[in-house]
Design a binder for this molecule. Structure first.
Ligand SMILES: *Cc1c(COP(=O)(O)O)cnc(C)c1O
Length: 360
C-alpha cells in the first residue's frame, strides 16, 4: 500500500488509525454483525454511536450544557440559509464580515431573507487579511453577526473574537473546528461542514445556544428549522449515520492518541510553523498572508510566476504531494494541513520545496 500526502482543502485527509479501524469494523461493528452503513438509525447499536459521538464532541470542545449539538446534512452551505431563516427574526437585520468567498456567499444568502449588511470586507486585497473590527462598527439592532473564522481559500484566521457586545455571534468554523480551543460561550452558534477536519462529506455539525432555538420564521421548511432537529436529538429523519460514526472515531483518536484539543493545537502550531518559516526564508516561494491573520490549517503560497507554479504543482504531484494546487482566485499553491496531516508530511513537503528551489 502506498499513501500520498494529501493537501486537499476538502474533502481532506483523515487520520490513518481511523481509516484502519473503520476498515476493521466494516463488516461487523461492535459485534452487531453489520456495517454502520447498514444499521437502522433507530437501533440500539446506532444510538450508542450517535450518543457516544456527541458526548466526545462536547467533552473535547468543552461545550456548555446550554448548547445543543446537532448533526445535520446539506453542508455548511445550507447553514447560510438556515441561519437567517431561524435567527433573522427580531429586527430582520444581520451584520456580516466578508473575509472570503464562503463569508460572501453566506452574506448573499442572508440578504435574500432580510436586511443583511456588510460590516467590513477584505475583498480589496483578495481577502488576504482580516479587517480590524471595533465595537462601534456593529449595529446593536442586528439579530446576529456572522463571521467565517478560518478562510479556507485565502488562508486567513481571526486572531481575536470580534467585539460584538450582546449581539449573538455566529461563526463558520468549517476549516478550523477541532484544531484549537474555542470559548463556545462567546458564540450564539458555531457550525462546520465535516469534510475538512472531522469526517467524510455529508455531515454538518451545529453548536447552538438553546435560547436561540424556536423562533424560526413561519416560512421555514421543517427540515431547515433547528427546533425540528434539536427536539429529535438529530434523529428527526435519517441522519448521515456513517459520517457520524467516523466522526466518533476521529474524536476518539483526537482524545486518546493525540491527547486532546490543546495538544492538537500545539502540533498544528508546529506544523504550520515549519511551512511559514520556510516561506519567510525562501527567495522563491512567498506566503500570501501576513502575521497574526495566518491560518494554521490552510497555507496558500506563490512563486509569482505562473509557469513556475505549474511546474512545482506537477513535480510535487509526481512525488506524492497531491492536491496542492491553489484555488483559482488566489493562484499558486495551497497546502491544507488539517489535524490529520502528520508533522512528517509538512516536513517532507518543505524538504521538497527547498530542493525545487535549488534546482530552479
Ligand atoms: C468548505 C467550506 C464551506 C462549504 O461547505 P459545504 O459543506 O461544501 O457546503 C463553507 N465554509 C467554509 C469556511 C468552508 O471551508
Amino acid at each position: 500500500m502506498s499513501r500520498v500526502y494529501n493537501f486537499s482543502a476538502g474533502p481532506s485527509t483523515l487520520p490513518l488509525p481511523v481509516l484502519e479501524r473503520a476498515a476493521a469494523e466494516m463488516l461487523d461493528c461492535n459485534g452487531s454483525g453489520q456495517s454502520v452503513m447498514e444499521m437502522s438509525h433507530r437501533s440500539k447499536d446506532f444510538e450508542k454511536i450517535i450518543c457516544g459521538t456527541e458526548a466526545l464532541f462536547r467533552e473535547l470542545l468543552a461545550i456548555p450544557d446550554n448548547y445543543k449539538v446537532l448533526f445535520l446534512q446539506g453542508g455548511a452551505s445550507s447553514q447560510f440559509a438556515m441561519i437567517p431563516l431561524n435567527f433573522m427574526n427580531k429586527n430582520g437585520k444581520a451584520d456580516y464580515v466578508v473575509t472570503g468567498q464562503w463569508a460572501k456567499k453566506s452574506y448573499q444568502e442572508g440578504a435574500r431573507y432580510g436586511n443583511a449588511r456588510v460590516v467590513a470586507s477584505s475583498e480589496d486585497k483578495t481577502f488576504s487579511y482580516i479587517p480590524e473590527l471595533t465595537a462601534d462598527m456593529f449595529d446593536p439592532e442586528a439579530d446576529y453577526v456572522h463571521v467565517c473564522w478560518n478562510n479556507t481559500i485565502y488562508g486567513t484566521h481571526y486572531s481575536k473574537i470580534p467585539p460584538v457586545g450582546n449581539i449573538p455571534l455566529i461563526a463558520d468554523m468549517s476549516s478550523s473546528i477541532l484544531s484549537e480551543k474555542v470559548d463556545v460561550a462567546k458564540y450564539g452558534m458555531i457550525y462546520a461542514g465535516a469534510q475538512k477536519n472531522m469526517a467524510p462529506a455529508g455531515l454538518t455539525v451545529c453548536i447552538i445556544r438553546e435560547d436561540m432555538i424556536g423562533n424560526a420564521r413561519d416560512i421555514t421548511p421543517n427540515m431547515f428549522n433547528y427546533k425540528t432537529h434539536a427536539d429529535a436529538n438529530s434523529l428527526f429523519n435519517t441522519p448521515p449515520a456513517y459520517c457520524i460514526y467516523i466522526l466518533g472515531l476521529v474524536l476518539d483518536w483526537l482524545k486518546n492518541e493525540v491527547g486532546g484539543i490543546e495538544k492538537m493545537h500545539e502540533i498544528n502550531v508546529k506544523k504550520a510553523g515549519i511551512l511559514y518559516d520556510f516561506l519567510d526564508g525562501s527567495s522563491m516561494f512567498k506566503s500570501t498572508v501576513k502575521g497574526d491573520d495566518r491560518s494554521l490549517m490552510n497555507i496558500p503560497f506563490v512563486t509569482g510566476d505562473g509557469e513556475l507554479d505549474k511546474k512545482f504543482v506537477a513535480e510535487a504531484t509526481a512525488n506524492g504531494f497531491v492536491n496542492i494546487k491553489g484555488h483559482r482566485s488566489v493562484g499558486g499553491m495551497r497546502a491544507s494541513i488539517y489535524n490529520a496531516m502528520p508533522v512528517e508530511g509538512v516536513q517532507k513537503l518543505v524538504d521538497f520545496m527547498s530542493e525545487f528551489e535549488k534546482n530552479n
